[in-house]
Every structure is written in C-alpha cells, then in structure tokens.
Ligand binder design. Structure first.
Ligand code: TXA
Ligand code: MG
Length: 333
C-alpha cells in the first residue's frame, strides 16, 4: 500500500486494479464517502470473497457502483422519474438508489432481494477504476463487519493488509460518512440510511420522502443493524446519560471546541467552528484515534440533527449500541 503521487504510476495502478477486478480479484478503492472493498458485480465468486474478507453476513446486500448514469438501465427493470431526478441532481455523489433488479445481477450481491442498490461515486480514482474495469463494481465499506468505516488507505491496510490483491490510495475521503440510501421499490420513496446527501436536499429535489426510523431492534434495511460502526472502546452519547464518574480513562469526541477538558484523557474535536460537513469528514478517523488510546470509555457529544447531522447521529447511535454490546461481553467473560 503506497500513496502514488506520480500520475503515470497512479494510472498504472488503476489499470492493474481494473485487470484484477475483471479477473475475479478483490481491490480496495477510495470513494468520496468511505473506502470500498470491490469486486466485479457480475462475478458471484469474487463477491463471495468480499463477504468472507469482511465476515459479513450473507443477508446484507452490497451497493453496485457504476461509471455513468446510463448503466442503471442494464441493472434495474425500472427507473422511476423521481429516482432519475435524484440521480441527475446528485450523481456522481454520495447517494444510493434502490431499484427493482434485473436477473443479470447475481443474488449474492443483493442478498436474494428483488432489488439492487446502485450509485455513481464522486471520486476520480473510483470513476477511473470503474471505467477501466468496464464492469459495475459491488463494494461494501472496506472494514470488518460492524466496525468503524475506513476513510484512508491506511485504515484499510490496518484491517486487511496482505489479504487484499491491491489497495488504491486516493487520500482521505472528502465526505467521510457513507452514501444516503433511498429506496424506490414502493410507490413512495423511502430513506433507508441517512448519509452524505441530506434529507433536506433530497426533499427539495423530489418532495416528501418517507423516513424509516429504527426502533433499535428491527433492522431498517437488510444490514442496517442497530449495532454498527463500533470502536472497541465502549462509546456513550453525552445526552444519553453517559456516566463519567468512576469510568476510568475517558476520551471525549467533541463536536466543537469543548468548554472544559478537565479529567479527560483524550479529546477529539470534529469541527472547531461547528461545521457539520467538516465534522462528518473527520468522524471515523477521530473515533479510530480515540479507540487507539486504550481508553475505558469514549463519550460522544451529540450534533444537531439536521443536514449531515442526521448521518453523524445515526453513526454515533449505532457505534454506541455496538460498544455497549462489546462491553457486556467483556463484563461477562
Ligand atoms: O458510501 C457508501 O455507500 C459506501 C461506499 C463504498 O460506496 N458503501 C457502503 O456499503 O456503505 P455498505 O455495504 O457498508 O452499506 C450498504 C448498505 C447495506 O447495509 C444495506 O443495508 C444497503 O446498503 N443495501 C444494499 N442493497 C440493498 C437493497 N437491495 N435494498 C435495501 N438496502 C440495500
Ligand atoms: Mg459499511
């Protein structure tokens, strides 16, 4: 894994990665949201290897990445007007559309669902890779299942290192949280996951969208489990009664500059100015840095739940559920 600065070398690596994809390999690549672990969407065996590498349950479908909007037709049986409008507005970009699938998409990609999730990423390396590969690329985030998503090539290498055929380095991800997922399987569009495009922006483009809210037990979409994005260190949200006293070494994940840091072993500030875009871009790397400090507890400061704040709070809530589960386990053994 090397950051290739030389454009000729970078192009060479993209060509190599594309060849690997065409030949059934698995390649990690950057997108504007998080790094993905990609295989040819038409190669069921290669996709199976992605599931194995991630230890991802087979009921959790993958997103299919495309180089151009015109490819939707070859993967989906219908492309409703509102979905087209969103694609025209936000692609390439952090938006995934769930549409009824064509039989050409293998069942392993969609976990047996009759629908397929599609997105055109907005990253020069991802787009160059897709073009060079000449096939759509099925890719989940490049982290072991349930763990914090990677926003740098180094994060991916920490998880998978030698196990991968190639890691393309495109620098830190600009958006930092995963794509927004909107389903067009029912007559009314449904937001399945808040992400890099805000609900406000989507509703401005196509009008009201139904929002599935998790009751904390039932997954929203397959794979949208209540526990996800979890660091190893227990994480609690500040407004949900995080008990600091007697918790040992406590780290703070702060939205803005905190008023006081007394007694804290570590502090990460997501955005000095309280900017939600900047906070989202810093979120996963900040969680990882805190997780590396051998803390007993991470306390996370809630952010306003508007715009990108919705995606940030979604990730923090799931990270806190995961950490609690981890904590219970370690208590029990
Ligand atoms: O930004 C992103 O979306 C990143 C980058 C790599 O593109 N990818 C990503 O993939 O976040 P992953 O696998 O971590 O999350 C994809 C989610 C799954 O959890 C699943 O719930 C949903 O997409 N999904 C995929 N196919 C679906 C389908 N047919 N119906 C409903 N949800 C689906
Ligand atoms: Mg993921």
């Amino acid at each position: 894994m090397m950051r290739t600065q030389n454009p000729a070398k970078a192009a060479g690596r993209i060509e190599r990665a594309a060849k690997l994809i065409r030949e059934g390999g698995v390649v990690a690549f950057p997108t504007e949201t998080v790094y993905g672990l990609g295989a040819s969407a038409f190669d069921a065996l290669a996709v199976a290897r992605v599931f194995e590498l991630k230890a991802r349950p087979r009921f959790d479908p993958l997103i299919v990445h495309i180089a151009a909007l015109t490819e939707v037709e070859s993967l989906a049986t219908s492309f409703p007007r509102a979905a087209q409008k969103l694609a025209e507005h936000f692609w390439p970009g952090p938006l995934t559309l769930v549409l009824p699938k064509r039989p050409i998409v293998p069942d392993i990609v969609t976990a047996g669902l009759p629908s397929v999730a599609i997105r055109q990423p907005d990253h020069p390396v991802a787009l160059a890779l897709l073009l060079a590969a000449g096939v759509p690329i099925a890719a989940p985030s490049a982290n072991p299942f349930g763990r914090t998503s990677p926003t740098t090539a180094a994060h991916v290498a920490e998880h998978f290192g030698e196990q991968l055929d190639l890691i393309l380095d495109g620098g830190p991800c600009r958006v930092g949280v995963e794509s927004t997922i909107v389903s067009f399987v029912e007559p009314m569009p449904v937001l399945l996951r808040p992400g890099g495009v805000s609900l406000e922006e989507i509703e401005l483009a196509i009008g009201p969208v139904a929002v599935q809210t998790s009751n904390g037990e039932r997954p929203l979409a397959p794979g949208q489990l209540p526990s996800h994005y979890a660091p190893r260190t227990p994480l609690s949200l500040l407004n949900e009664g995080a008990a600091r006293d007697g918790a040992g070494r406590v780290g703070l994940l702060s939205f803005r500059r905190p008023l006081d840091c007394i007694g804290l072993a570590a502090v990460e500030i997501l955005s000095e100015q309280g900017d939600l875009r900047e906070a989202a871009a810093n979120l996963f790397a900040a969680i990882r840095r805190l997780d590396a400090q051998r803390l007993d507890l991470i306390i996370a400061d809630p952010v306003p739940e508007a715009g990108l704040g919705r995606a940030i709070m979604d990730r923090l809530r799931r990270a806190s559920v995961g950490a609690a589960a981890h904590f219970d386990q370690t208590e029990a053994t």
